[in-house]
Design a protein around this ligand. Structure first.
Ligand code: SF4
Length: 273
């Protein structure tokens, strides 16, 4: 057992459901999806965002990813050797009735897989949340752990794959197995969402595949690019943004000013104050 760096409570790695981890949506009784069919069933049955977050956070449907996320949680990175690791799937984070949805890729092994919150505890998250703060979409510029007081202003951050994958590369089968979770999340928030920001080309494709979002009568699907804006038939505006990965930020392919431009536009279009 190790001590949470913020709350001082002790936890094993991975964290057992319902043991007091900040923001843990599950309990020891939360049903566990053990295969793809059970993901479909539990995703369909989820009637609210808290219910959905809970079942996602204990999912064990992809054997390779379960092994990886838990092995990473036990082995840890040297810099975090004294911390417990979440080591479970990472649910969406933010408003339950968002006007702006941000779609990423998958949790980072030593970021969200450690802290249990989307984009929290790694360099990508540092860049993303700093930009969201400058745009007035979160209440503080840093995101350190799940007890740091971060609050969303009508945004929600989601991912098409909820477990940290080896080499940041989920297989096509794992993406497919995980997809009902995002489809269910979309069903629960779609009535409110006015703008989606897709972080990278894969997120763009995923967003265009959300149920009912981009259906056209044989029309061509818009192509991803940074700054590309697609007004979809459903009325939702989709914005493309390079992923704020360490590589993209380090090489200058994506700059803080470019992130500011995207999120300022997204906020305005979504009508968020
Ligand atoms: S990737 Fe998705 S479906 Fe697979 S184990 Fe994680 S949460 Fe479950």
């Amino acid at each position: 057992m190790l001590t949470h760096p913020n709350t001082g409570q002790t936890f094993g790695s991975p964290v057992a459901p319902g043991t007091g981890w900040p923001g843990d949506p599950a309990t020891a009784q939360t049903p566990v999806a053990a295969d793809a069919a059970q993901v479909v069933t539990l995703a369909r049955e989820a009637g609210s965002i808290p219910e959905l977050d809970a079942v996602i956070s204990v999912c064990r449907a992809c054997p390779r990813l379960v092994t990886w996320r838990e092995d990473v949680a036990v082995a840890k990175r040297r810099a975090f050797a004294d911390q417990p690791y979440w080591g479970r799937p990472v649910p969406g984070w933010g408003s339950e009735r968002p006007w702006l949805l941000i779609v990423g890729l998958a949790p980072a092994a030593h970021g969200a897989n450690r802290t249990g919150r989307m984009f929290t505890g790694d360099r990508s998250g540092d860049q993303l949340y700093a930009a969201l703060y400058r745009a007035g979409l979160v209440n503080q510029p840093i995101s350190i752990d799940a007890a740091d007081g971060l609050r969303a202003n009508q945004i929600r951050i989601v991912a098409p794959v909820r477990c940290a994958p080896p080499a940041n590369a989920p297989t096509p089968a794992e993406r497919l197995t995980c997809s009902p979770w995002l489809d269910a999340e979309w069903r629960l928030v779609a009535d409110e969402v006015r703008v989606i920001v897709a972080l990278g080309g894969f997120a763009w494709q995923v967003a265009l595949g959300l149920p009912g979002l981009a259906r056209t009568a044989g029309g061509r699907k818009p192509k991803f690019g940074h700054g590309v804006v697609a007004d979809l038939p459903s009325g939702v505006r989709l914005l493309g943004c390079y992923h704020p990965s360490q590589q993209n930020m380090f090489t200058g392919r994506l700059t803080p000013a470019m992130l500011d431009d995207i999120f300022t536009k997204a906020k305005k279009r979504a009508g968020i104050n």
